[in-house]
Design a protein around this ligand. Structure first.
Ligand SMILES: [Zn+2]
Length: 251
């Protein structure tokens, strides 16, 4: 479909976005790491906002017990058993044909992380395991690529915006990644669909701030949400003096 000048007018009317901010969004190259509940909402919002290039990475297929929160997929996708990235690409392009979608049917790992991050301006985290998050964390710190960490389980969610050289990284909070391996997962304790959607929306808001250049208003610390208890608060996080990436974090 041919774009019209007012396609993004409800965003460009915002004083914090404006045409200048929208132009930056449309030139941005963003990687969405994982296409589960968070990745569904994140990629839909980013594509519909006109992010110029989206690299979506996952190696899974849609399953019926995930449809309550993974809103990129439908029952037909489950029946066909097609990869998430392929179902997602078709869905995203149907709403935003002007966005370039690079669908990668792979697990993110130490072996491919640098090629996946090639040419990327921003990473939005929608992973379902801590091990891979630390692979991403170390690479984005090395390459100085902003990274929006997010997670949701039960009724609880976290969001943290990591700007290498300016803010702490995941290892500043959890110096030993193995200490959080085995934490509660949706497959064992469940996840409320609405907290996943909320966390993803906060992450996308942080992504917009980074893309338009308003990092002064980014979350300073880690946002902790319990949607059932209506609790939202930011826990301050300081760069850990002996963080293994300190020499990079502090530059
Ligand atoms: Zn660190």
């Amino acid at each position: 479909m041919q774009d019209t000048p007012d396609r993004y007018s409800r965003h460009t009317l915002l004083r914090m976005v404006g045409q200048g901010g929208q132009d930056k969004i449309q030139k941005a190259r963003v990687l969405v790491a994982g296409l589960g509940a968070l990745g569904s909402t994140i990629s839909i919002l980013l594509a519909r906002a006109g992010v110029g290039f989206l690299r979506i990475v996952d190696k899974d297929v849609p399953q019926l017990h995930n449809l309550h929160r993974q809103i990129l997929y439908d029952e037909m996708d489950v029946s066909l058993g097609i990869p998430k990235v392929d179902a997602a690409r078709m869905n995203l392009l149907s709403a935003a044909s002007n966005v370039e979608i690079d669908a990668i049917n792979q697990e993110m790992a130490e072996t491919n992380i640098y090629s996946l991050l090639d040419g990327i301006d921003l990473v939005v985290d929608a992973l379902d395991n801590s091990e891979t998050r630390f692979v991403v964390n170390d690479a984005i710190v090395d390459l100085k690529i902003p990274y929006i960490f997010g997670g949701a389980v039960e009724t609880v969610g976290n969001v943290m915006t990591i700007i290498p050289g300016r803010s702490p990284c995941l290892r500043c909070i959890w110096p030993d990644p193995s200490s959080i391996v085995g934490h509660a997962r949706a497959s064992t304790v469940g996840v409320l669909s609405s907290v996943a959607s909320l966390v993803a929306s906060v992450q996308v808001t942080e992504a917009f701030k980074v893309l338009v250049g308003d990092i002064e208003n980014a979350i300073n610390g880690i946002l902790v949400i319990d949607i059932w208890k209506n609790q939202f608060h930011v826990v301050p996080v300081e760069p850990r003096p002996n963080c293994t990436c300190k020499k990079i974090c502090s530059q």
